[in-house]
Each structure stands twice: as C-alpha cells, then as structure tokens.
Ligand binder design. Structure first.
Ligand code: MN
Length: 264
C-alpha cells in the first residue's frame, strides 16, 4: 500500500432496514469491511445508525447481521482500531460491541487529531437543534431508567415496538412530502451553525488552531460545505439506496461512492 496510514469513516448503513434487500446491503457492507481489513487501515469510524434497530439485553442480542458482526470482529482482530458512535437507531448499545467484538464506543462530538489534522466527528443528531419534541425523544432514548424499564419487556414485545418504530422512521424519510425536512440543507442547517460555533470556541482554547474536518451522518443525503470558522463539514449518506464513505490518507480526505466503489 502506497502512502501513510488510512482512516475510514462510514455512517447510516441501516442493516436490517425494511423495504430493501438486506442480503445485498449486508454483502456490500461486508465487502467494504473486508477491503478496510485487506488495506490494513489504521482505523474505521462507524458514525451511527449502522443498524436499523439494535437493542441488546444482558444475555441476548438481536438475530441477523451475522456476517457483518463477523467481519467487524475479524477487522478488530487484525489490528485495525474500530470506533462506534451510537446513532438514533442504535442508541441501545451497551457493552456487547466492546466486550465481544473489540470496538471502542465513543460519544459525539468527538474531537481528535488524525495524521496532523483535527477532526470533530459523531452521528450528528441533536447537535445545534432546539426542537422540543426532538429533544424529548432523545432524552427518553438515553434515559437510564426508561432503558431499564424497556429491557424488562420480553424481546417479543420490545423488538416488535423497535422494528415498528424503525419502519415508521424510514417511511417518513422515504415520503417526498416530508423527506425535505430531514435532508441536509447546507448552510441553513442547525448542524452547520453548530460546527461554526464549535470551531470558533475550539480555536480560542487551542492557540488559534481550528477543526479541519467535521464528519457526521444522520441526514441520509450527502453534503460537503466549508465552515466560516475554518474547515469543512462533511455529511455521509445512507447506504440503503447507495451511500458513501470517507477515506483520509496523507492529509487528503476523499468521499467514495459505496455503490460503485468509485470517486464521486
Ligand atoms: Mn439514519
């Protein structure tokens, strides 16, 4: 492999999503993971909603995703660091991924230096948003007491509710009348203002060195805009109908189509 270490970023694969060919989706994801392993990449960042619905109990995990989980375990075992952010569809990740697979679970917004550049990464849900209904749902999903109550439900009912909720969410995003509300709207987006403010504050505390790349998912539509306080904001798109991933090497960040594996 030519050049320095490679770092990969991917979001919103939505494994198990309704209304799509899940075998094909998992096959594409597994071939991506295998490529990352064969290239001996330094790290892979999973930026949330990798699963359409994930809920784990102390002794039980959801059926399915067998090949994807196996590929991720092999990647971890081969020495590539794998980082996982919870998305709004897979909030309920506790210790299975860390203990059984070897991934490291991180919280957004996560700032770190990678190969000489500063990155600010996460799923992107809720950052900069002031919508009260959205804030309430997010609070409820992350609330420990409600999580314990939910986990006392038999999986038959818990998963019934979970899958129904995930299906509803996909229906809304697929509905052209309502989808525009969830698409990344570039320089009008709360996340864009959030990144700008975050970068300015970060500069103050770090000798005027700002953030070079903000990478998030969540919107399902791609985006790449420059941020006034410095750097670029990149939104990775959803894999159900194509998708993409980012690869960073020797100071360059590229966005690659996950459908055709060529540059977009
Ligand atoms: Mn999503």
């Amino acid at each position: 492999m030519a050049g320095g270490p490679k770092y990969y970023f991917v979001s919103d694969v939505h494994l198990g999503a309704a209304f799509c060919d899940n075998r094909e989706l998992e096959r594409r994801f597994v071939s991506f993971i295998d490529k990352v392993r064969e290239e001996k990449a330094a790290a892979l960042y999973l930026l949330g909603d990798i699963f359409d619905f994930w809920y784990e109990y102390r002794y039980v995990i959801p059926r399915g995703h067998t090949r994807a989980l196996g590929a991720l375990a092999r990647l971890c075992d081969s020495g590539t660091k794998v980082y996982f952010f919870r998305g709004n569809h897979d909030v309920w990740v506790y210790d299975y991924f860390e203990k059984e697979i070897g991934m490291t679970v991180l919280k957004q917004p996560h700032v770190r230096e990678i190969g000489g550049k500063m990155f600010c990464i996460g799923h992107g849900d809720g950052l900069g948003k002031t919508d009260r209904a959205f804030r309430f749902i997010r609070w409820a999903f992350y609330n420990r007491t409600l999580q314990v109550l939910f986990s006392s439900l038999h999986p038959r009912w818990a998963f019934g509710l979970g899958y129904a909720w995930a299906r509803h969410s996909r229906k809304v995003k697929n509905d052209p009348e309502r989808a525009y509300r969830y698409m990344f709207s570039g320089k009008r987006e709360p996340l864009y203002y959030y990144a700008d403010g975050f970068g300015s504050l970060y500069r103050v505390g770090h000798d005027d060195c700002g953030i070079d790349y903000y990478i998030f998912g969540h919107y399902h539509t791609p985006g790449r805009v420059t941020v006034p306080s410095g750097g670029e904001l990149i939104i990775l798109s959803c894999w159900v109908d194509g998708g993409d991933y980012a690869v960073y090497q020797d100071g360059q960040l590229e966005i690659i189509s996950a459908a055709r594996q060529d540059r977009i």
